[in-house]
Structures are given as C-alpha cells and as structure tokens.
Design a protein around this ligand. Structure first.
Ligand code: UT7
Length: 324
C-alpha cells in the first residue's frame, strides 16, 4: 500500500471564511476537522497518484517497472478523456502497460479490487497497480448554496499493488459489489452532459449545475442500510462473522455513518479505522488511504482479517475481505 496527500491543509475555520458554516457544525455532523487541497493550478488526480504508486511499490518490494497493469478509480479524472490511468502510466514511465479507468465513485476502489483480483487469479497480470485518486477541490461550490457538499470532500490518492500470493491463507478473499441507478440523481453532477446540446451553457454555469448536488439525508439512509447488508453478505458467504474481523476499513464519507454501520455489525469502535477527521471524503482514494495509514500506524498487521465497505454515487456499494 502507498498513499499521498497534498501539503495544503484546509481547516473547517478556513471554509467558514468562504461561506456560512462552522467548525462545530462540520465536526458534529461529519467528524471532519480538516482536509487537504492541491497547492496550485495544474495538479490533477494522476499527479497525486504518482508518489502513492511509488510508495506502494517500495512497500511491496517491487520496482515501478514491474507493474504490468494499471487500474485508476476516480470520479475526478484530470480530463473528461483520456482517463487518468494512461496519464499516470506515462508519468511513471510505463509505455505499453494497459490502463483501465473505473468510474464508480466512492465504491471505485472495491470495483477495482474485484477486477484486479480476477485478473491476478486467472493469470492475466501479475502486478496490478490499483489506484484511487481524486482532486475534488477544483470542482466544489464554495458558496452558501454548495456548502452541504463543499465541506465534505478532500484531495488525495492511494495505491495497492495486487499480485499473486505465495501463502494461500493471505490475499483478497472476496469482493461483492452492487449498483442501483434509480439513485443516480441523488448524488451527481448534472453538467456538462453528452445528452445536452450543447453539453455546457453559460446558463448551466450560472445556475451552478456544474457542481455536485446531493440529497444528504437520502444518501445517509441508503449508506447506513446497504453497507451493513453487503458486509454481512460477504462475511456470510465466506463462513465468517463480524467477530472474526481484526479491522474494518470503511469508506470515509461521514464518521457518523461508519459508527452506525459498525454498531449494526457489532464491531467495536477500536476495530474501525477512521481518518476522515484529517482528510474528509476522498471518494475512490478513501479506503486505500485509510488502509495504508492503518498499516503505517501498526493498526493493521500481517495476518489480520480486514473488512472493507463502501457506499456512494450511482448508487454503488460493496464490501470486501482481505487477509493481509
Ligand atoms: O461519499 C458519498 C456519500 N455521501 C455521504 O455519505 C453523505 C451522506 N449524508 C451526510 O453525511 C449528511 O446528510 C450531511 C452531513 C451531508 C448533512 O447532515 P444532515 O444532518 O443531513 O443535515 P441537513 O442536510 O438536513 O441540514 C441540516 C441543516 C440545514 O439547515 P435548516 O434547514 O435545518 O435550517 C442546512 O441548511 O444544516 C444546514 N447546513 C449547514 N449548516 C452549516 C447544510 N450544510 C451546512 C454547512 N454548514 N456546511
């Protein structure tokens, strides 16, 4: 595992200088105290991914040149096209290495993990760089209208190197993902859109339809129902229970969601990794960023059974089990 966050720390008080909010409101509702934003113009998701991949390779004991496939999960690609996977491959000096972009928002890492696991199991690739990377700060509405969403998100990237295990007991045990597009417009960005002629207008910009929109209450309700449900699904079909889990590493959307989900599963708070207070919601980067830090801090060790769970825009959701 490896991760990277930009150096610019933005506190809740900093946001309160920009629109009507307060440190107290943000902490109480979400657990977030600060987040990281890119330092300057010109830094994209692929740029944040480069140091994360290098750190992951170092920790995996491989060279960057050993990577034979890239999966890049992001909802904030550097450009509409091409994807950030090809950009990071170029920046890492990996010409010819295939790169797949995954657009599954907060569940992107788990969708990517399922693909990487299948590739490695069938012998297609041996060293997959599975990246989650996001630059949210350039696309948030820092006005009173956008304050419910703007306080939540931060920039960051993380990477897992997925390869064959020499020990049958270790590795990816299972990943289960789901989607329900009936919730698509409950957390989305409306424009630019290929179904509009033209895709973008001055009116769309003036009406702030180029910024993320969320029905927070609905998303909260769905997340606290689907994350425990899919966690039990993946535990059950592997003959495991929540009591077997050494550490739960949930998506970091809201500390209250994670407390609620862990409570429903009967997992005590000390077995739940939370770093949302430092980084906010980094969507596709949040699970690998939390796991990377958990390993760095000695909270996740070799042999530990880890449970992942995520819910996000789409709606998409999923859970995964890994023996480190
Ligand atoms: O990773 C993607 C998935 N996203 C999520 O999982 C997010 C899920 N949703 C949530 O976490 C919560 O819904 C929020 C934290 C986003 C909001 O919490 P809430 O308890 O649902 O608040 P609310 O939207 O019902 O707003 C309560 C009040 C409103 O004022 P009134 O109408 O009661 O006077 C809002 O206008 O808080 C107001 N408000 C704010 N006040 C200060 C909304 N945003 C802010 C803000 N600062 N940033």
């Amino acid at each position: 595992m490896g991760h990277y966050v930009p150096s610019k720390v933005v506190t809740n008080d900093d946001l309160a200088q920009m629109f009507d909010t307060s440190d107290e409101w943000i902490r109480q509702r979400t657990g977030i105290q600060e987040r990281r934003f890119i330092e300057e113009d010109g830094i994209g998701a692929s740029d944040l991914a480069v140091p994360a991949v290098k750190m992951a390779c170092k920790n995996a004991g491989i060279e960057v040149s050993d990577i034979d496939a890239i999966i890049f999960a992001t909802l904030s690609p550097d450009y509409t096209f091409p994807g950030s996977g090809v950009l990071v491959g170029d920046k890492l000096g990996l010409p010819g290495v295939p790169a797949l972009d995954i657009r599954n928002q907060c569940s992107g890492f788990l969708y990517g993990l399922q693909v990487a696991d299948a590739w490695v199991r069938c012998g297609m690739y041996k060293r997959v760089a599975l990246i989650g990377g996001e630059v949210h700060s350039t696309g948030l509405d820092f006005s009173n209208e956008g304050r419910d969403v703007a306080v939540l998100f931060g920039d960051g990237a993380a990477c897992a190197i997925i390869g064959p295990s020499e020990d049958d007991a270790r590795g990816v045990i299972d990943v289960k993902v789901h989607a329900d597009g009936s919730g698509a417009k409950l957390l989305w960005i409306e424009a630019p859109a290929s179904n509009r002629m033209p895709r973008i207008t001055h009116e769309m910009i003036d009406e702030r339809r180029v910024y993320p929109q969320m029905n927070g209450k609905q998303v909260f309700r769905w997340a606290t129902s689907k994350m425990p449900e899919v966690s039990l699904e993946v535990l059950g079909r592997n003959g495991l229970t929540a009591a077997d889990i050494d550490l739960m590493v949930p998506h970091q959307a809201n500390a209250r969601i994670n407390e609620f989900v862990a409570g429903k599963l009967g997992i005590p708070p000390e077995k739940v990794m939370q770093n949302i207070h430092k980084y906010g919601n980094t969507t596709a980067a949040s699970i690998p960023l939390a796991l990377s830090e958990a390993i760095q801090e000695g909270r996740a060790r070799k042999g530990d059974l880890i449970l992942f769970a995520a819910f996000g825009s789409g709606f998409t959701w999923g859970a995964g089990l890994v023996r480190l």
